[in-house]
Design a protein around this ligand. Structure first.
Ligand code: ADP
Length: 276
């Protein structure tokens, strides 16, 4: 009974962020994203972001780099409106995200996070979660695009294999590929990726990098990047520190600037090893 009451309590909770009266439905966004004087704090008087300005063209890839705690995740979480801004505005194709219904806003955004959520069920069901009305062919194509088809076929029951609590345990890399397959199926114009920092073996890492790169083609992509190859390939690199966006530009531009980014590159042993 205690569990049941707790369950009812949670069902009764009203979300803090709701649609504005008259909010519009965003159908297939092009994906131009603009931050205008965006300030944000989780706790009163402790600003995490202060007057951030940023313009990302539709289809471009932005790599966010900088020390832990600088606000990279926060910037990404503001786009699907997981939190409300203190001031300023964020627009998609020129429309303030506050004027868009939350469902249609989030339908246009795909998230691939480090902690991949898989529920108990078959692999097929876990991929179909990306778009429930997808056909069998579309589901398999998504798995192929995510470089997951091969390992799925090698499992005893293929796509019918049960994963999760009562099923087989997948490796971190395999789970990540399933979540990428979900995103191919969902096919959103905007992507938010959190590149895994956890140690994957070199082979898995190469395969995942390859499918993420393919996934981001033609979509506006924000990526919290940890690998130098990802960063170098981005159209724009945002270097965030506790002072906000300290630098912005391509790898070549920032190397010529010879400031924060170039400094990070010189001191990061991990990146150095990637340069060799
Ligand atoms: P990054 O992704 O660059 O490591 P985050 O965006 O996670 O940085 O965090 C930026 C700052 O906001 C940090 O000081 C962090 O402690 C704080 N922060 C992050 N999430 C929350 C939260 N849910 N509640 C309160 N403070 C938070």
């Amino acid at each position: 009974m205690a569990g049941f009451w707790r369950f009812i309590e949670i069902l009764d909770l009203q979300p803090e962020i709701t649609d504005k009266p008259g909010a519009i439905v965003l159908t297939e966004a092009k994906g131009e994203i603009k931050f205008e004087e965006v300030s944000f704090s989780y706790i009163e008087r402790k600003k995490v972001l202060s007057r951030i300005n940023l313009m990302v063209e539709a289809g471009a890839t932005v790599a966010l780099v900088g020390p832990s705690g600088a606000g990279k995740t926060t910037i990404c979480n503001l786009i699907p409106r997981f939190y409300e801004l203190d001031s300023g505005r964020i627009t998609i194709d020129g429309i303030d995200i506050q004027d868009i219904t939350i469902k249609s806003l989030r339908d246009n955004i795909g998230l691939v996070q480090q902690d991949v959520f898989m529920f108990s069920g078959t692999i097929r069901e876990n991929i179909m979660y990306g778009r429930l009305n997808a056909t069998e062919e579309e589901m398999i194509k998504a798995a192929k695009d995510a470089n997951a088809h091969q390992f799925i076929r090698e499992l005893p029951q293929g796509y019918e294999t049960v994963i999760g609590e009562r099923g087989i345990k997948l490796s971190g890399g395999q789970k990540q590929r399933l979540s990428i397959a979900r995103m191919f199926l969902k096919n959103p114009p905007i992507l938010v990726l959190d590149e895994a920092t956890s140690s994957l073996d070199n082979e898995s890492e190469r395969i995942i990098q390859d499918s993420l790169k393919r996934l981001s083609i033609g979509r506006t992509t924000f990526i919290i990047a940890h690998r130098l190859t990802t960063i170098r390939n981005a159209d724009t690199i945002l270097v965030l520190t506790d002072k906000g966006i300290e630098e912005q530009g391509t790898h070549e531009e920032l190397m010529i600037n010879n400031r924060v980014y170039a400094g990070l590159l010189r001191t990061s042993l991990k990146w150095k090893s990637e340069l060799i």
